[in-house]
Design a protein around this ligand. Structure first.
Ligand SMILES: *[C@@H]1O[C@H](CO)[C@@H](O)[C@H](O)[C@H]1NC(C)=O
Ligand SMILES: *[C@@H]1O[C@H](CO)[C@@H](O)[C@H](O)[C@H]1NC(C)=O
Ligand SMILES: *[C@@H]1O[C@H](CO)[C@@H](O)[C@H](O)[C@H]1NC(C)=O
Ligand SMILES: *[C@@H]1O[C@H](CO)[C@@H](O)[C@H](O)[C@H]1NC(C)=O
Length: 384
């Protein structure tokens, strides 16, 4: 079953490269270039990253054409044989500054954290159609999932090596960090959006792209709301995180490259979140990890503290501790318009770089909404 998934993906080129123990000298060249560039243009502090072989780049080193980092069979290869440890090490070392000489056109990484099938995939296919080169897709499915989208799908071959979700939210956060790590290896990716199988786009691709790449000015959209709920003294004990620094927020985020790198390089806070959840059946780390990370890292105005992914939490409509799941009969142009309009039914005038856009994506949409969504997409969302 694992072989089935890997077979069409592992090109002879990829296998050859992996056989030669990730080519360190080549990677070293790319890395030193990117690192020196990063050092000269970034003021961000990353205390916890271990750089095993930083050397000054030699004057003769020339910028290379766009190359995945580490070189591993092309940016098109999502599947690889790296362990989580290797993956995170490489991803932590990848240049974290936008505008490296390796890529010309910045891309948005759409990272889908799913259980298995993606019932709304045909809608996303229409969303991505015609915009090749401006996006990357990564899918983290349950490892027991053996399905595959058809060969002509933009989702084909985009599954990354996944791990079983073992307990509560920790494995969810592990999965989202794994998605970010994979996406960081493609130096073209500048923005990182986490989505689920029940998410839909609210606008067409050019609008989403321009809000995330051009409009946002590098701002990350991680919801981060001050609360002491679920705070445990363990965080003070291990990491000196105070209750005042503790945050809550939606798991679904849109982050810049610097924040995605900080999250995969985080060897300080994540282990505490993990320890805190040990033995707990339901541990809602997914609602606290990224939200608290931006707080303790002092991300300040570089994070908008809100998400661009809508969910209907209205107590009259939600089901228990889950937001409302929209069904086919509710899906109308009016609903899409209402969600786009945001809480005030007008423009979102936050001064956070989203240019008045309240939301770019929305959840949760049941599988049976596919038909109505495809029908109203041209008029309500501007694509299809
Ligand atoms: C990578 O994984 C595939 C499938 O699991 C396996 O056939 C192949 O031998 C592995 N390659 C290396 C270099 O480990
Ligand atoms: C813990 O945080 C407090 C408040 O930010 C600070 O005053 C203190 O020096 C910190 N202690 C350590 C050990 O980092
Ligand atoms: C987000 O919240 C932090 C405090 O946690 C604050 O310093 C920062 O200014 C906020 N960002 C924006 C864009 O308002
Ligand atoms: C939102 O802003 C746009 C452009 O500024 C404007 O055309 C539109 O009428 C505004 N919508 C509302 C509901 O205020």
């Amino acid at each position: 079953m694992k072989n089935d998934r890997n077979k069409p993906l592992a090109s002879p080129h990829l296998r050859r490269i992996l056989l030669y123990v990730l080519p360190l000298p080549v990677a070293l060249l790319f890395f030193s270039l990117g690192f020196v560039l990063g050092m000269t243009t970034s003021s961000a502090r990353f205390e916890n990253i271990y750089f095993p072989f930083v050397t000054p780049s030699s004057p003769s080193a020339k910028p290379s054409p766009p190359t995945p980092f580490p070189p591993s069979g092309g940016a098109s290869a999502a599947m690889h044989n790296m362990s989580d440890e290797e993956l995170f090490r490489w991803a932590s070392m990848a240049p974290r500054v936008d505008g490296t000489p390796y890529h010309r056109v910045p891309k948005v990484a759409f990272m889908f954290l799913v259980r298995g099938d993606m019932p709304l995939r045909p809608l996303w296919e229409k969303f991505f159609a015609g915009h090749h080169g401006l996006y990357s897709i990564y899918v983290h499915a349950n490892p027991s999932y053996t399905g595959s989208p058809p060969r002509d799908s933009v989702f084909y071959g985009r599954m990354i090596p996944s791990q079983r979700t073992t307990w509560g939210g920790v494995s969810l956060v592990e999965a989202e960090r794994r998605l970010m790590a994979n996406a960081l290896l493609d130096l073209g990716n500048e923005r990182f959006a986490l989505l689920s199988e029940s998410c839909i786009p609210l606008y067409n691709f050019p609008t989403v792209y321009s809000v995330l790449i051009t409009g946002s000015g590098g701002t990350s959209f991680v919801e981060s709301v001050a609360t002491s709920a679920r705070y445990r003294p363990l965080f003070a004990l291990r990491n000196n995180v105070t209750a005042a620094q503790w945050r809550k927020g939606s798991q679904w985020f849109e982050a810049g490259r610097a924040l995605a790198t900080a999250a995969v390089a985080d060897g300080t806070y994540f282990p505490t979140f993990r320890e805190n959840c040990a033995g707990e059946r339901f541990c809602v780390v997914d609602e606290h990890y990224m939200a608290t990370l931006v707080s303790v890292l002092g991300w300040g105005r570089r994070n908008a503290n809100r998400t661009l992914t809508f969910a209907d939490w209205d107590p009259r409509r939600r089901t228990g501790s889950h937001p409302r799941t929209h069904r086919a009969e509710e899906v109308t142009e009016e609903l899409i318009g209402r969600i786009r309009g945001g809480p005030g039914r007008g423009n979102c005038t936050y001064d956070d770089g989203a240019n008045g856009v309240c939301f770019l994506f929305a959840r949760k949409f049941a599988p049976d909404t596919l038909g109505p969504l495809l029908r109203l997409a041209p008029k309500a969302m501007g694509f299809g």
